[in-house]
Design a protein around this ligand. Structure first.
Ligand code: ADP
Ligand code: MG
Length: 448
């Protein structure tokens, strides 16, 4: 049996990728007993992580190598021989999902941890957050459909789940469906094959709330779009709430029928942006706390400024650092974090206020002197406010420090500018697009 594990290792290395392999799989000690294969890990944290992320891959790999399924379980070792940190900061009893979050949807499944409570709200996502909250308060009325869109790993699925938990908490008896567009399609295909379309239609057209995740997946799937169109109309027509998420705005989903696009555009569209540095810090601190770890400030700062915009990636980096410390029995320090993250760590040094000023003046075609001057024509005021906003959100400068660099202005002027741009970002599409362009230009500039 242990040979089986040894044979599976190289395959697993390929399956999970080098980094995951070294962090999670390699350290496992394999033993056998009456019940089958026992994978021993140093602590609960490992056990949780492996069970959640790798166990199904491990099972299928072992089954493939052994050519028959074999019983596998992950257990915390009683006598882990590798040095462990004096005790892995005791993991607080996993916060029970509040009773209200426990109800299950009629169709689909929810991630228990993805609630409004665990969602960090800030500049980047407050429009989407408030829209989602509003939907739970008056479903089917104000924002129907609610269409959430934004890049990968920015919290769309989390928000959609949070909304679902809250809807179920408020109306436990309602029939709620929360599923991926892909699952919708698979269910449709099965029903077609089994000649059960009547059942399929009843199933979806009788829900009170429909949440469909990643609708960009429907692109090019004509039969599914057709069916979904009718589902949509039936539900919408009877005042049922529909929530959709996508990695793109409706207009930008190539291969999506026009009639669906216009339905999607008929309600509220809210986009989620990459979190600001301040939000990244908050996300890290909360996440570390739920893992029972205390993160030194400098490690938090390093992590907040490393890697790409995705929160999923951010959480991955944090987990690797904690795992590395746990495994080697070391405290979480800046050096350890740097070593663990390798080249990733440097990628996202904060832009300086000066860089922001340069990039913004180029974008708006105004000179640096004009940008810092006290002249007030409209174009110039906008450019200046945008530059102040980005100095705060991307460069993370303090209000007084930013004011100083804009011709010695008062900190309240900077605060005002940030508020103005924040507000307009939610309503002014052109400005929102310009900000995204500028934010990625800044990120590239810093990375270079
Ligand atoms: P998406 O669906 O947009 O690709 P997810 O909702 O799957 O992204 O989010 C990826 C990970 O990041 C999840 O673990 C989620 O909990 C976390 N996450 C994203 N945004 C936030 C946020 N604002 N606050 C807390 N966690 C977040
Ligand atoms: Mg998602």
């Amino acid at each position: 049996m242990q040979e089986l594990w040894a044979t599976a290792l190289p395959v697993l290395r390929q399956q999970v990728g080098e980094r995951n392999f070294v962090t999670w799989i390699e350290p496992i000690c394999c033993a056998t007993d009456d019940e089958g294969l026992r994978l021993e890990v140093p602590n609960r944290f490992f056990q949780d992580w492996i069970s959640r992320h790798f166990l199904s891959t491990i099972r299928s790999t072992l089954a493939a190598v052994a050519t028959h399924p074999c019983a596998v379980r992950v257990v915390v070792s009683d006598d882990w021989s590798a040095p462990l940190p004096a005790p892995l900061p005791a993991r607080p009893a996993r916060r029970e999902a509040p009773e209200r979050g426990r109800r299950a949807p009629k169709i689909g499944r929810l991630v228990p941890e993805y609630t409004f409570d665990t969602f960090v709200v800030g500049d980047a996502n407050q429009v989407a957050y408030h829209a989602a909250m509003a939907v739970t308060e008056t479903p089917g009325r104000r924002f129907n459909p609610l269409f959430l869109h934004g890049g990968v790993g920015l919290g769309k699925t989390h928000l959609a789940n949070a909304l679902a938990h809250e809807m179920l908490a408020r109306q436990p008896r309602q029939r709620l469906a929360c599923l991926a567009a892909e699952t919708f399609m698979n269910s449709l295909i099965t029903s077609l094959r089994q000649d059960q379309m009547g059942v399929f239609r009843d199933r979806f057209r009788l829900v009170d709330t429909l949440i469909l995740d990643d609708v960009q997946f429907l692109a090019g799937k004509e039969r599914t779009q057709e069916e979904f169109f009718h589902t949509f109309n039936t539900l919408h027509g009877s005042g049922k709430q529909i929530v959709l998420t996508s990695d793109k705005a409706p207009a930008d989903i190539a291969g999506l029928e026009q009639r669906l696009k216009s339905r999607f555009e008929g309600g509220m569209i809210a986009d989620v942006h990459p979190p600001t540095p301040a939000m990244r810090v908050e996300i890290l601190q909360r996440k570390a706390r739920t893992l029972g770890c205390e993160l030194p400030g400098e490690v938090t700062a390093l992590l907040a400024h490393s890697g790409g915009p995705s929160v999923r990636e951010l959480e991955g980096a944090l987990t690797r650092v904690i795992a590395a410390a746990t495994l080697r029995g070391l405290p979480i320090t800046l050096d350890l974090a740097r070593q663990t993250l390798g080249p990733l760590a440097a990628r996202r040094a904060a832009a300086s206020v000066e860089t922001v000023q340069e990039v913004v003046s180029e974008h708006f075609g105004v000179s640096l002197d004009e940008l810092k001057s006290h002249r007030r024509n409209r174009e110039l005021v906008l450019a200046r406010q945008v530059a102040m906003y980005l100095s705060r959100t991307v460069a993370d400068g303090s209000f007084p420090a930013i004011g100083e660099k804009f011709g010695g202005r008062d900190h309240s002027t900077v605060m005002h500018a940030v508020r103005v741009i924040e507000g307009r970002r939610g309503t002014d599409r052109a400005l929102a697009d310009a900000l995204v362009t500028l934010e990625s230009a800044l990120r590239r500039r810093v990375a270079a």
